[in-house]
Design a protein around this ligand. Structure first.
Ligand code: UD1
Ligand code: F6R
Length: 371
């Protein structure tokens, strides 16, 4: 049931404040003077000790689920101190990459039925790793075959392009990082800031959704373009990849997500006064590096659209030339949840304006059950 919305993708983008609330329901604890703020993931509590002792954590997934894991990787590394490696499920299988008993392999999948991810799970089980699922569909193959896991509880996702599952996956993996990281004196204030940030996140998503009309205007300016680039780094490298995936899969416009640190190693050659470039430059520890990326793109007359923290337009607009998208600022590791929303809206409006099928992009299936 689409209610008042025209498309499921539109509905699912706009219901993210509610889906995030459901994802976090009963899992965040605030108050209780003795233990303060904490997270409780029922499905993992008996396995946390094993996970903490693992030599490596592998994130394994495809498409949007892989991107969500990429967004959560920095905070998991920071809070756990365990090396986290990223694996696209098909590539892990193509390489037969080594997996050991001392590894924790985390399988991220909305449907829980993706063939490549499921095959990678069988492979990791055979190699004796602890296998953890992050799934939306209760009772799905990946949920059943993993040793333990967390349901993201985002509610049924119908649009082929994943939107609300992406933001819920990131939130669950941030909670996973808090759970694995445990409470030490040295990280206490960081943990509390993240937990406070999680409580407030649905409100911040509600605010960023107000950019709907602005993104529609931007889409009408970009509607006839052949190509679009998105630059991100740090926590928002994933945002660039996921924003690009959304635009290419539904609006059928060639879009590439690029790690900004790689700009000078090739992509800079593409920059001219015609190609539109979205640069994600919200406030975090990478901000000054992103500022210099913007200056260099500007010096080559790049057609820039800069996403920045609210009130920060002046600091990202050399000569006032760029168009800006101002978003609410949240704790750095949660910022990808906010930053993807305008790009989801952009992909949606581009698709409608270009006259393509929003909920069923050509050639794609919601659940990819063959290799
Ligand atoms: C569970 C209940 C929830 C109830 C809550 C109350 C289910 C599905 N969930 O939620 O309805 O409100 O207790 O305490 O009955 N698992 C995997 N792989 C996955 C995902 C989950 O093995 O990919 C396992 C978990 O380890 C766990 C079980 O499935 O044993 C349920 O996981 P989850 O729904 O996340 O647990 P709770 O949040 O505790
Ligand atoms: C993109 C999209 C796909 C899926 C991918 C994995 O919007 O939906 O890239 O993310 O097919 O699917 P799941 O998460 O079900 O394993």
């Amino acid at each position: 049931n689409k209610g008042t919305y025209k498309h499921y993708m539109q509905k699912e983008i706009h219901e993210q404040p509610e889906s995030l609330n459901t994802t976090m329901r009963g899992r965040l604890i605030r108050g209780g003077s003795s233990n303060g703020k904490n997270v409780l993931l029922g499905g993992l509590k008996d396995h946390l000790r094993t996970i903490r002792r693992s030599r490596r954590i592998l994130f394994i997934g495809c498409g949007t689920s892989y991107n969500a894991a990429l967004a959560a990787r920095p905070i998991l590394e920071e809070l756990s101190g365990i090396p986290v490696t990223m694996e696209i499920a098909s590539d892990l299988l193509d390489r037969k990459g080594p997996i050991y008993r001392e590894d924790t392999a985390v399988f991220v999948s909305q449907s829980g039925e993706t063939a490549d991810t499921l095959n990678a799970l069988e492979y990791a089980l055979d190699n004796g790793a602890l296998c953890v699922g992050i799934t939306n569909a209760v009772g799905s193959a990946i949920a059943r075959k993993t040793h333990c896991g967390v349901h993201i509880n985002a509610g049924c996702e119908i649009g082929v392009a994943s939107t609300k599952a992406y933001t819920s996956q990131i939130v669950v993996m941030a909670m996973l990082a808090l759970a694995i990281g445990g409470n030490t004196i040295s990280n206490q204030s960081r943990r509390e800031a993240i937990i406070d940030g999680l409580f407030d996140l649905p409100n911040k998503v509600r605010e960023v959704l107000k950019l709907n009309q602005e993104m529609r205007d931007l889409a009408s300016q970009l509607v006839a373009e052949q190509s679009l680039l998105m630059f991100g780094r740090g926590y928002n490298y994933a945002t660039a990849l996921e924003g690009a995936l959304k635009v290419k899969e539904v609006a059928l416009m060639h879009t590439e997500g690029i790690l900004a640190g790689e700009m000078k190693h090739g992509p800079l050659a593409l920059v001219d006064e015609n190609l539109p470039i979205i640069v994600i430059a919200t406030h975090d520890s990478c901000f000054s590096k992103q500022q210099s990326v913007i200056q260099q793109l500007h010096a080559r007359k790049g057609r820039l659209i800069v996403m920045c923290s609210r009130g920060g337009a002046a600091s990202v607009c050399p000569g006032g030339a760029s168009r800006v998208i101002e978003v609410p600022q949240v704790e750095d590791c949660l910022q990808p949840v906010i930053n993807i929303v305008p790009l989801q809206l952009l992909a949606y409006h581009l698709t409608v304006l270009r006259g393509y099928n929003v909920d069923q992009p050509r050639n794609l299936a919601k659940s990819v059950t063959t290799e």
